[in-house]
Design a protein around this ligand. Structure first.
Ligand SMILES: [Zn+2]
Length: 302
């Protein structure tokens, strides 16, 4: 199995060429690279890690921008990205439902570390399972950074001071963003504080900033967009008299268009949940994505 991956890695790298965050994907396979080699599951974590690791390592992520990380189908080059890495950082909380497949196909000796450790889980509606979208609140994002910092220091003790400086500066930015969101959402009247999207992914954001949240469905890996689910949300939007609904960059817009048309409420903008925004979107970084989401909610609901 391993040999086959080696033989096909050229093609895999070509396919994956656009996905690397650092300029490392086009090198000859097996070449020694400087510093830590990090692989992570999706673009949002990729950016958080880059901010802390700086120039002491290189970061690649698996799920391309524009795709969602729940039901992703790993390709052979992904197995290699994981087996070549010093550590594979994941969100955890069962976000990466394809994890088993990647891990059993890649070398078993790559460490897997969950960055969401310590996040107080909020269950999916009608279920005991935790909602995995912890990163959508910057208050949790700070915990992700702290978990990452601890792990990097253990892995690369010589870089401790450097990682601490980077993490401290980054946490400072996240704290500023948190304070800014608190201020901004104060402009939204209490009764309008309902976020409606396709996938009910804003539970952690909602809990931290005082919003109720609803989705056509709870999580992308469950059944998506049945007529019953859509009708439930249309009724709910009308009952609550909410002034706007939203769409996500990684979900087919037709479901929310149907909700919007039938409930007579506009779609006030696109938000970013399961991936960073594409180039030119203004949501190319984790901080910009959270900033964009909060201002989109405020503009739509105030
Ligand atoms: Zn999601």
């Amino acid at each position: 199995m391993k040999k086959w991956f080696k033989q096909t890695v050229g093609a895999g790298l070509l396919l994956a060429g656009g996905l690397t965050l650092a300029a490392c994907g086009t090198e000859e396979s097996g070449e020694e690279r400087e510093g830590l080699e990090i692989t992570t599951s999706f673009s949002v974590l990729g950016n958080i890690i880059e901010e802390v690791i700086g120039d002491r390592g290189e970061v690649e992520y698996i799920v391309p921008i524009g795709e969602e990380p729940h039901e992703y189908e790993p390709v052979p080059s992904d197995f290699r990205k994981v087996s070549d890495a010093d550590v594979f950082y994941i969100n955890g909380m069962d976000l990466e439902e394809w994890l088993e497949r990647v891990v059993s196909n890649a070398a078993a000796d790559t460490d897997i570390v969950e960055l969401s450790s310590g996040v107080e889980p909020i269950p999916l509606q009608g279920s005991d399972e935790a909602d995995p979208h912890g990163w959508l609140s910057p208050k949790n994002g700070i915990m992700y950074v702290e978990n990452l910092l601890q792990d990097l220091i253990e892995r690369d003790p010589d870089g401790e001071e450097y990682y601490r400086e980077n993490a401290e500066a980054y946490i400072g930015e996240l704290e500023e963003l948190d304070a800014w969101i608190e201020e901004e959402v104060a402009e939204i009247p209490e009764e309008n504080r309902l976020i409606v999207v396709s996938e009910n992914a804003f539970k952690y954001f909602g809990a931290d900033y005082g919003f109720d949240t609803e989705g056509v469905w709870e999580i992308n890996s469950h059944e998506e967009g049945t007529p019953q689910q859509i009708n439930r949300v249309i009724d709910l939007v009308q009952d609550r008299g909410v002034s706007a609904v939203f769409v996500e960059s990684t979900v087919d817009k037709r479901y929310m268009t149907q909700v919007s048309d039938n409930a007579g409420v506009p779609i006030a903008g696109e938000v970013y949940t399961d991936a960073l925004g594409a180039e030119g979107s203004g949501a190319e970084t984790y901080i910009d994505m959270l900033h964009h989401n909060a201002s989109t909610f405020v503009d739509g609901l105030k």
